[in-house]
Design a protein around this ligand. Structure first.
Ligand code: ADE
Length: 423
């Protein structure tokens, strides 16, 4: 064991368990494994300093190892105070010599302190999940910016933040929006969030989904996944939306769609996946049934108005790990899971490794793209280049033993011509 001296994790003695978790995840991450093997040979990231603000999980560890084997010096902090797997953090430090600054249940000051410690490595590349790292650099550590070649952003919420920085002229270095790769959001947001949200709620509550009325707030890719999986378990799913096209899609996908105030009166379980604040607000909680459960799977813990709920409550207590019961003046009880933080990471293990394989393959290849380009990208938020997206899909299919057809020359010619129409 060659321990880093520069780190902050819960307990290095957890490292052996962390190694087992990291190796278990690696079994389901064949694309990252291939990239790691190539990186180890070609060393495309030789000497590059990378600061990564990601959920510190066994899947993230496999990404960090691929980047390290590519020659990078990687430092890692958490992108959420509740998502760190302390065993994994310990293993990264003690067994793989990667500095980590993350402790599950760290308070907000420690969370930002850890971001600053990661920035002390003076990154040339940043990896972010939610844009707290990028925001901290722009707010407090602008001296780092001239040396930063670029960054990547993992999640919808972070991309929205960064695009608003770019639109306001505040963004000072280029970012690749990994979330926008098809091989990211189609799979991670839909099947990853879908499954892991159900997993987190089930682990926290042990509820039977069959027969429950489940209200899914937001029908983006995450909401689509959550609704699909809840229905698969026998729940009656209601979708709430503010976007008319998405609402229409939800109707035609077979869900009931209505305003949240109406759904509030009939729902047993409410799951927010909107990326917006106070989606479930006091007037909704005012009319909820006794025993209603509230969970959030959006990036930040702002979607449930928990301050409002605390005001409305006469008593509160923890009734199970990750379940807090609020008793209201009229005797109704409302239960909040994981303090309103990402329930899939706080009460379960986040997305399964097989889906993070693709998300993190996009991360690794986007970092390589930023480093190996002949000149720096101008400052903006970019989508992942299509050839990277296709490479990730091809590698994933190959790892599953699935081959697909290719266009014949005749078909290519047909697609490229406009002359032939109705025959
Ligand atoms: N985001 C969602 N699930 C994750 C996981 N398992 N690891 C890292 N980031 C995640």
């Amino acid at each position: 064991m060659r321990a880093q001296t520069d780190f902050d994790v819960k307990d290095l003695s957890f490292a052996a368990k962390g190694v087992l978790r990291i190796e278990w995840a690696a079994r389901e991450m064949p694309v990252i494994r291939l990239i790691r093997e190539r990186f180890a040979k070609e060393k495309p990231l030789e000497g590059v300093r990378i600061s990564a603000c990601l959920h510190v999980t066994s899947e993230t560890a496999n990404l960090a190892l691929a980047l390290r084997d590519g020659g990078a010096q990687v430092a890692v902090c958490a992108s959420n105070p509740l998502s760190t797997q302390d065993e994994v953090a310990a293993a990264l430090v003690a067994e793989y010599d990667i500095p980590v600054f993350a402790i599950r249940e760290e308070d907000t000051d420690t969370y930002y302190g850890h971001i600053r410690s990661t920035l002390a490595h003076r990154p040339q590349i940043t990896l972010d999940d939610g844009a707290d790292l990028v925001a901290t650099i722009h707010r407090e550590q602008r001296d780092l910016i001239p040396n930063i070649i670029g960054g990547t952003e993992e999640t919808t919420t972070g991309v929205i933040r960064l695009r608003s920085m770019a639109a306001g002229g505040a963004l000072a270095y280029p970012i690749i929006a990994v979330n926008e790769a098809m091989t990211k959001h189609f799979f991670d947001n839909r099947y990853g969030t879908g499954q892991s949200t159900i997993d987190g709620i089930t682990r926290a509550t042990n509820i039977l989904w069959a027969g429950k009325t489940v209200v899914v707030c937001g029908y983006g890719w995450c909401g689509r996944g959550v609704a699909l999986r809840a229905r698969g378990l026998g729940a009656q799913v209601i979708v709430t939306e503010i976007d008319p096209v998405r609402a229409l899609e939800a109707v035609m996908d077979g869900y009931r769609v209505m305003p949240l105030i109406e759904a509030s009166q009939v729902g047993d379980l409410f799951i927010t996946v909107t990326g917006n604040a106070n989606v479930v607000d006091r007037h909704h909680m005012d009319v909820m049934k006794d025993g209603a459960i509230l969970a959030n799977s959006g990036h930040f813990n702002v979607e449930l108005n928990l301050e409002g709920l605390a005001d409305m409550a006469e008593a509160r207590r923890i009734v199970r790990p990750e379940v807090e019961e609020f008793t209201l003046g009229d005797g109704r009880k409302i239960h909040v899971l994981a303090g309103g933080r990402l329930v899939n990471l706080a009460a379960a293990e986040g997305h399964p490794a097989s889906v993070m394989d693709m998300s993190f393959a996009n991360q690794a290849l986007s970092v390589e793209h930023l480093i190996t380009r002949p000149e720096r990208l101008p400052v903006d938020v970019y989508t992942v280049p299509t050839d990277i997206d296709n490479e990730v899909a091809n590698l994933k299919l190959a790892s599953m033993g699935i081959s697909i057809d290719t266009l014949t020359d005749e078909q290519k010619k047909y697609l490229a011509s406009w002359e032939s129409g109705t025959d």
